[in-house]
Design a protein around this ligand. Structure first.
Ligand SMILES: NC(=O)c1ccc[n+]([C@@H]2O[C@H](COP(=O)([O-])OP(=O)(O)OC[C@H]3O[C@@H](n4cnc5c(N)ncnc54)[C@H](OP(=O)(O)O)[C@@H]3O)[C@@H](O)[C@H]2O)c1
Length: 270
């Protein structure tokens, strides 16, 4: 399995998203059997117990599977964070969380405090690496300045219909990996004329071309599916390459309203 390395931490380049997955324990188990070695969950998804169950049921050694979970934005104050991460570990029934992310920034809690608490969880052996999600360029710079431990990735919405050049460049300059969520635009890659045309040339599907476009740039992808045949399809993106002209054609698909997940979403902090 290809990996992306950031600050000494290795992230398998094709992972499995689990938000809203039907029967997550079964899907996670099947995905790991297919070869996935990176599973993405979050406190907010309410499925950490099933995800942990799937990891154990796969029979693959625990050390070979990277599990990410995310702290919900209302629990970023140090005391809440520490308690919630211990709860995540209990739900997952795993010895350690491989990668712990801030799910969304919370302007009410100083980043130095959240990242300080996450760093302590790492030093205490509960977590192997820490990172962030949905961070802007300015927040990334701040995170990297104030965090006691290395911040290894930023998980962001990323697919052919959205231009993320600025935040990707900021990740690169901070030595961080980019993890793409909604990498097939929640299924929107399928049926798109340009992606379908390129897919035909390679004997692949438009969803696979969307994933390949990201992977070929060194971006980690975490597509989600509740269907076995699509788990296999989404995993099979490392055995072909897009030409420079194809990469450019896909790059040109991004447009102003390409975002799927509402960036202005903000939880009720109180
Ligand atoms: N950090 C964050 O704030 C954040 C936000 C959003 C998502 N995420 C993470 O990123 C993961 C992936 O993003 P996502 O779930 O939003 O979207 P996605 O992976 O881009 O798309 C999932 C959708 O596409 C369909 N699909 C899957 N494979 C397909 C294929 N080969 N061809 C056609 N359709 C296909 C799935 O349906 P079926 O299930 O029926 O196959 C599902 O409806 C999430 O599950 C979650 O773990 C993180």
């Amino acid at each position: 399995m290809d990996v992306v390395e950031a600050k000494g931490f290795k992230i398998p380049i094709v992972g499995l998203g689990t938000w809203a997955v039907r029967d997550p324990a079964r899907i996670v188990e099947q995905a790991i059997r297919i070869g996935y070695r990176h599973i993405d969950t979050a406190q907010m998804y309410g499925n950490e117990a099933e995800v942990g169950q799937g990891v154990r049921a796969s029979g693959v050694p625990r050390a070979d599977v990277m599990v990410t979970t995310k702290v919900q934005p209302t629990l970023l104050a140090p005391h809440d964070l520490e308690r919630s991460v211990k709860e995540s570990l209990a739900k997952l029934r795993l010895d350690v969380i491989d990668l712990l992310l801030i799910h969304w920034p919370n302007p009410r809690v100083p980043l130095s405090e959240s990242l300080g608490a996450m760093s302590k969880m790492k030093r205490d052996g509960h977590v192997r690496a820490i990172g962030v999600s949905n961070f802007t360029v300015a927040l990334l710079d701040e995170a990297n300045k104030v965090s006691p431990e290395p911040v290894v990735c930023n998980q962001i919405e990323c697919h052919p219909f959205l231009n993320q050049d600025k935040v990707i460049a900021a990740c690169k300059s901070n030595g961080m990996a980019v993890v793409a969520y909604s990498p097939i635009a929640r299924g929107g890659a399928s049926g798109h004329a340009t992606l379908e045309r390129i897919a035909k040339v390679h004997g692949k599907t438009a969803a696979q071309v969307s994933l390949r476009y990201l992977v070929q740039q060194g971006i980690v992808v975490i597509p989600r599916s509740s269907r076995l045949e699509r788990l296999e399809e989404n995993f099979a993106v490392l055995d072909f390459a897009l030409t420079e002209a194809e990469m450019q054609a896909i790059y040109g698909l991004a447009h102003g309203s390409g975002r799927i997940v509402d960036w202005t979403w903000s939880p009720k902090w109180d």
